[in-house]
Design a protein around this ligand. Structure first.
Ligand SMILES: Nc1ncnc2c1ncn2[C@@H]1O[C@H](COP(=O)(O)OP(=O)(O)OP(=O)(O)O)[C@@H](O)[C@H]1O
Ligand SMILES: [Mg+2]
Length: 230
């Protein structure tokens, strides 16, 4: 379980100070599928980065099973992220001069806990193993980044607008793979999106507005990537 208590964060100082997170508290259960909604600039990415330990908060705590990661040294925090957390962003950040296989292996090699061939197969890319990123479609490249993130068997998968650069068809396909892998492997999903429809796939929906959580609700039923609107 992730217990988030009174997180605050500002950028800038003096008159230019911009308080981006204004005291955020919530809990996220293991295996949950969380979607975070909110207007542009409401602090979603900052919140995700603080919860995942990519960025430091000014105040508050983020506890994973009681262990407060805001108290860790940079070195310990890096190890924590490496051992526990996977990231997927709108951009794919694949290494252009490495094949699909090598890109995914990079993820697995960091902690070496999962058979990378299996995970490439699980995102439907077995036949693209030897291809380079430039030879793939956007949806295929994002599926490589899904495989790379999951290759190290993370407990939590953080996604910041994973379908932001994709059209409807490939967006649905990427979400379908993520949904199926979530079911099969049981990691926690915490995903930011602009697409309100994607919230119908979530178990828990968190709505943010200008640095605060304004609403948290649970869906009685979760839709699949092919059942939601777009
Ligand atoms: N590194 C930074 N330095 C200064 N200001 C920042 C920085 N990162 C974010 N901000 C500011 O913090 C606010 C919230 O940004 P954030 O990226 O968290 O919003 P968001 O909800 O993810 O928006 P979007 O939907 O557009 O991605 C914005 O006003 C932004 O300009
Ligand atoms: Mg953002």
């Amino acid at each position: 379980m992730i217990t988030i208590e009174n997180i605050t964060k500002s950028y800038g100082s003096g008159a230019a100070q911009n308080q981006v997170l204004k005291g955020i508290s919530t809990t996220i259960c293991d295996g949950d599928y969380v979607v975070i909604l909110g207007a542009s600039g409401s602090g979603k990415s900052t919140f995700l980065n603080v919860v995942s330990g990519l960025e430091k908060a000014d105040g508050g705590s983020v506890k994973y099973d009681g262990k407060d990661i805001t108290k860790l040294s940079d070195k310990a925090l890096t190890k924590f992220r490496r051992d526990n957390i996977g990231f997927i962003f709108q951009q794919y950040y694949l290494l252009p001069n490495m094949t699909v296989e090598k890109n995914v292996r990079m993820g697995a090699d960091l902690s070496g806990s999962r058979n990378y061939n299996e995970i490439i197969d699980a995102v439907g890319l077995s036949d693209k193993m030897k291809s380079y990123p430039s030879e793939l479609s956007g949806g295929e490249q994002q599926r490589v980044s899904v495989a790379r993130a999951l290759a190290k068997n993370p407990k939590i998968l953080f996604l910041d607008e994973p379908t932001g650069a994709l059209d409807e068809d490939t967006g649905r396909q990427v979400l379908d793979y993520i949904g199926k892998l979530h079911e099969k492997l049981g990691f926690t999903v915490i995903m930011i999106t602009h697409n309100q429809n994607i919230a119908d796939m979530a178990k828990t929906v968190i709505r943010m507005n200008s640095g605060k959580i304004t609403e948290v609700y649970e869906n009685a039923q979760q839709k699949t990537a092919y059942e939601i609107g777009w």
